[in-house]
Design a binder for this molecule. Structure first.
Ligand code: 2HA
Ligand code: ZN
Length: 271
């Protein structure tokens, strides 16, 4: 059997967590990733017939029964994932009844998936209903985005408009906009449910004063969405207190949408 630590999907998560740590978004145990991988890929690196142990889930994930995920561990630091993947990551399979998960590999010190795993799984379910290619849920604490949630109103439309107005390409990258939730207790099924509800409309959901959830068909897509939002938030935080002499007008968004054939939230424009 090949070495799981060298599996391409583990290597991708090792590289991504190291990159995100260096951006300063994943202090201490901040942030978590879950990534759907095909059974035939996992089977090249582990004995899928004999799980290491079973871990209970406190909600019904039957919709995802039989699916395999790479997931970061609760209490684990992104800083350490690349060097010690077998302790900080797990490869898990959702059990047939959806009420527990089988650990196939990893969490070698007795660990468990991230405390946000319910939010991840509920978001996976909603995104898969919309896009069968969907694979990744990524949660992180981008600095400028969190700052912006202290000084900007928190409705989806106005938050999205401000982000779009900060960089021309924002409308092209996330024409579907971003959903925004007020401060809520994290790590609960309640925040998972409202996050997943927003995921019916958006690939990105902001948690005010906490961070963001990004989704996509691969790690690059989820990360690319989040880094674009974070860059826009950074520009907002640099200019929010300054007089503005120019802006991107709604007419400019219409021109962009025509040029790039965008399917975008026209109801977020004032025209
Ligand atoms: O995994 O980021 O929201 C730690 C967190 C919880
Ligand atoms: Zn968090």
């Amino acid at each position: 059997m090949k070495d799981m630590q060298e599996a391409p999907f583990i290597k991708e998560v090792r590289d991504m967590t190291a990159n995100m740590y260096r951006l300063g978004w994943d202090e201490r145990n901040g942030g978590n990733i879950s990534y759907i991988v095909p059974e035939e890929e996992v089977a090249k690196y582990a004995d899928i017939q004999h799980p290491v142990r079973s871990i209970p889930l406190d909600f019904d994930a039957a919709y995802l029964a039989g699916k395999y995920f790479v997931v970061t561990g609760t209490g684990k630091y992104f800083k350490n994932v690349s060097e010690y993947p077998e302790v900080n990551l797990g490869v898990v399979r959702i059990a047939a009844d959806g009420k527990s998960i089988d650990l196939i590999w990893g969490f070698a010190d007795g660990g468990r998936p991230t405390s946000e795993f319910p939010s991840h799984l509920m978001s996976h379910i909603e995104r898969l209903k919309i896009d069968p290619e969907h694979r990744v849920v990524m949660h992180t604490h981008p600095t400028n985005l969190i700052a912006m949630t202290f000084v900007h109103e928190l409705d989806d439309r106005s938050f999205t408009r401000t982000l779009w107005q900060m960089i021309t390409e924002c409308l092209v990258v996330f024409p579907d906009g971003v959903g925004v939730l007020p401060w809520m207790l994290c790590g609960t099924t309640e925040i998972g449910e409202v996050t997943a509800e927003k995921m019916k409309e958006y690939r990105l959901v902001v948690w005010a004063q906490h961070g963001i959830f990004g989704t996509g068909k691969d790690l690059d897509e989820a990360f690319g969405l989040i880094e674009t939002v974070e860059k826009a938030a950074e520009i907002y935080m640099k200019i929010a207190h300054l007089p503005r002499l120019q802006k991107i007008e709604d007419q400019n968004f219409v021109a962009l949408a025509e040029a790039f054939h965008l399917d975008y939230r026209t109801d977020f424009l004032d025209i």
